[in-house]
Design a protein around this ligand. Structure first.
Ligand code: C5P
Length: 301
């Protein structure tokens, strides 16, 4: 018996950040776009909760109860009054600690996989509530596509996307801690205004217009990420010099994202980034991608 769920990474095409709230989080206008780089989470019955991980960066993934996949299984088990007796295997392809919501993807994937394995009958809204408790980006990993996240990013409004967008992601040597990037944002931006979504950006997404989207992307966390990881400026420059329409830090970084005209341009920019020596790897991916989806299930009839 087992269930496998595939979950996409994300890029924030707009990340507008307000001042710190009393609870320590920041109000956001966060336009998420799911991109076609995926982790797969497989849930199999076991004597007790156990996490394993495979993939080139597996050594960087915590296998204890700090892993969002473990927390998702425990939260669902608690809600349905049952033991979290499951083995969760994560086949990891999303860059770790990169600002692409890889940890959140594993949380959403584990939740959906355990839900199917345990046949809880939970509603979509119940699953989204658990996702929001797990982390600000986890609900979007479940939903996928494109969405505007407000509040701390967890309140989602799905957005229309009129066509495919072609991206390149440059994986940095090293990671950045999301809380540290937000702290640096607070230091650099003492008077942050209330965040709002850009109408031009939402129009560009709706039209599927890459040039218009390139003119509208923004990330308020970018100056903070560059301040903590100055070498990222060289990666951004290398992608722009190679013909990317837009270059920005993905979320809290340090992965950098490059929007290109089409799939061929994406391959060219990726090759130039690899040759530039300014990143550890460059990956192409198109968007929007589907949210968490069961791709294999072997359940009793
Ligand atoms: O919600 P999540 O656990 O992903 O957030 C990780 C950290 O990022 C938080 O502890 C907080 O420091 C920061 N954060 C924030 N405002 C948000 C989302 C995250 O300050 N809206």
């Amino acid at each position: 018996m087992s269930v496998t769920v595939r979950v996409p990474a994300k890029v924030n095409v707009q990340l507008a950040v307000g001042p710190a709230r009393p609870d320590g989080f920041h109000d956001l206008a966060n336009v998420f776009l799911a991109v076609g780089l995926y982790d797969e989470v497989t849930a199999t019955p076991a004597d007790e909760l156990r996490i394993t991980c495979s993939g080139p960066d597996a050594a960087q993934v915590p296998l204890d109860r700090t892993n969002l996949a473990a927390r998702a299984a425990l939260a669902l088990a608690e809600r349905y009054g049952r033991p979290a007796d499951v083995h969760l295997h994560i086949a990891k392809d999303i860059p770790v600690a990169g600002g692409m919501a890889g940890g959140s993807a594993d949380g959403a994937g584990a939740l959906l996989a355990c839900d199917a394995l345990w046949e809880t009958g939970a509603s979509r809204d119940e699953l989204l509530d658990i996702c929001a408790e797990l982390g600000s980006d986890v609900p979007f990993s479940l939903v996928g596509g494109a969405a505007l996240g407000t509040g701390r990013g967890e309140k989602l409004q799905e957005l229309e996307v009129g066509g495919a967008f072609h991206w390149v992601f440059a994986v940095a040597d090293g990671g950045l801690s999301t809380p540290a990037v937000y702290r640096e944002f607070d230091r650099l931006t003492p008077d942050a205004p209330a965040p709002g979504a850009s109408p031009a950006l939402l129009d560009a997404l709706r039209a599927g217009d890459a040039a218009a989207l390139a003119g509208a992307v923004s990330n308020d966390l970018q100056p903070a990420a560059l301040s903590l990881f100055p070498a990222l400026a060289d990666t951004l420059k290398a992608g722009t010099a190679a013909g990317a329409l837009a270059a920005l830090v993905s979320g809290s970084g340090p992965t950098t994202a490059f929007l290109t005209e089409d799939a061929e341009a994406a391959e060219r920019v990726a090759a130039a980034l690899r040759a530039s020596g300014t990143c550890r790897a460059a990956r192409v991916a198109s968007a929007p991608a589907q949210g968490a989806t069961v791709v294999r299930a072997a359940l009793p009839p």
